[in-house]
Design a protein around this ligand. Structure first.
Ligand code: CP3
Length: 344
């Protein structure tokens, strides 16, 4: 059978004349239809846990823009919640969680098989989506990488420098390592269940990988990604994995080979020309337009999009932003990006 889904073709290593395109946070507050559905759900977490509405917001950017991939609507912090952490979102500020700062907090968490109780609705969302997506659209599932999820669990919130997590890993490595092992095991089960429910690709978001340097990067970003990808490949060999060790810099080099990822997603702190030479030579890359262009638009958006397409044109490439689109973005700029990528 000839594969009709362009994302799957790029992930298999094919060099396409036009790169497939999707966007991190493509379902989100910059879209009026998202805001309306979120209102209907009441709050963000209710939206994540109501399969009909979560499927609806996943589909909204596909209907409006015709992206080549749909990403499951959920959040990386549902896993800590499924493990028994308290989780809530403060409007205008972000997530808050009960903290893990020592052995006693760890002991209060649940075990890996328990996660499915809370995460059942997420699998239900994927099942709905498999029946609703256009046949050319790839369905992407995802999870946070252990380090990034641990940074939120340890601090109880987002932090600019991940200070509390670095402190715990240095001062109480036994607790820190046990938390990382728990998250690694939970992530394997969570992503496996997503694949069984219909995800055709999975992506591992390590948004705070950039604050890990030297050996710490290998130990807490690279090694867990390798463990997770190895386990997933053993169970689901045909399912491609995208890894996003954001702001890894030089550590992007060789990351795909070392972890078994089929594609490395690039943030916009590295140039496309550098990444084409140093990262794309090992396989597919995804990225890396600066999200700010979705706010500012104009000729700079066109020029930058063309530059990225050209830089990556000799190898497999999935066009995307370097990080999530922000709530102040203009949907018209998203359309302009897509038209530029598809129209040259
Ligand atoms: O990309 C998508 O469209 C799929 C859904 C998705 C969301 N979050 C929805 C969301 C995905 C893949 C994520 C991943 C996620 N969540 C990450 C990793 C990627 C990244 O952005 O670095 C992280 C670190 C989180 C944790 C998280 N969730 C934070 C820090 C926040 C608050 C910041 C903010 O933008 O408000 C969220 C909330 C969140 N997750 C929103 C959405 C659409 C906004 C919530 C709302 O509607 O109010």
């Amino acid at each position: 059978m000839v594969e009709t889904k362009t994302i799957l073709r790029a992930l298999a290593g094919e060099v396409l004349p036009t790169p497939p395109v999707w966007m991190m946070r493509q379902a989100g507050r910059y879209l009026p239809e998202y805001r309306a559905t979120r209102e209907k759900a009441g709050d963000f977490l209710s939206l994540c846990y109501t399969p009909d509405l979560a499927a609806e917001v996943t589909l909204q950017p596909i209907r409006r823009f015709g992206f080549d991939a749909a990403i499951l609507f959920a959040d990386i912090l549902l896993v800590p919640q499924a493990l028994g952490a308290d989780l809530w979102f403060v409007t205008g500020e972000g997530p808050r969680l009960s903290t893990v700062t020592g052995k006693a907090d760890l002991a209060r968490l649940k075990t890996v098989p328990d996660i499915h109780e809370t995460l059942g609705p997420v699998y239900e969302t994927l099942k709905i989506l498999t029946g609703e997506l256009p046949k050319e659209t790839t369905l992407i599932g995802f999870a946070g990488a252990p380090w990034t999820v641990a940074t939120y669990m340890i601090a109880g919130r987002g932090t600019p420098d991940q200070g509390p997590a670095h402190k715990l890993r240095m001062e109480d490595p036994a607790t820190f390592d046990a938390l990382m092992d728990l998250l690694t095991a939970a992530t394997i089960e969570y992503l496996s269940a997503q694949i069984e429910a219909g995800a055709e690709v999975v992506k591992l978001f390590d948004s705070w990988a950039g604050s890990l340097k030297g050996d710490a990067f290998d130990k807490y970003a690279l090694a867990p990604a390798r463990t997770i990808i190895t386990a997933l490949k053993a169970r689901h060999p045909a399912i491609p994995v995208i890894a996003f060790p954001r702001e890894a810099g030089q550590n992007y080099i060789g990351f795909a080979k070392a972890t078994g990822a089929d594609c490395v997603a690039l943030d916009n702190s590295v140039s496309a020309e550098w990444a084409a030479e140093n990262v794309q030579r090992d396989g597919c890359v995804q990225g890396n337009l600066a999200p700010g262009h979705m706010v500012t638009g104009g000729q700079a958006l066109i020029d930058e999009s063309r530059r990225i397409v050209k830089a990556f044109s000799k190898g497999p490439h999935i066009f995307n932003l370097g990080h999530g689109i922000t709530p102040d973005a203009d949907p018209a700029n998203v359309q302009l990006m897509i038209d530029t990528v598809r129209g040259g």
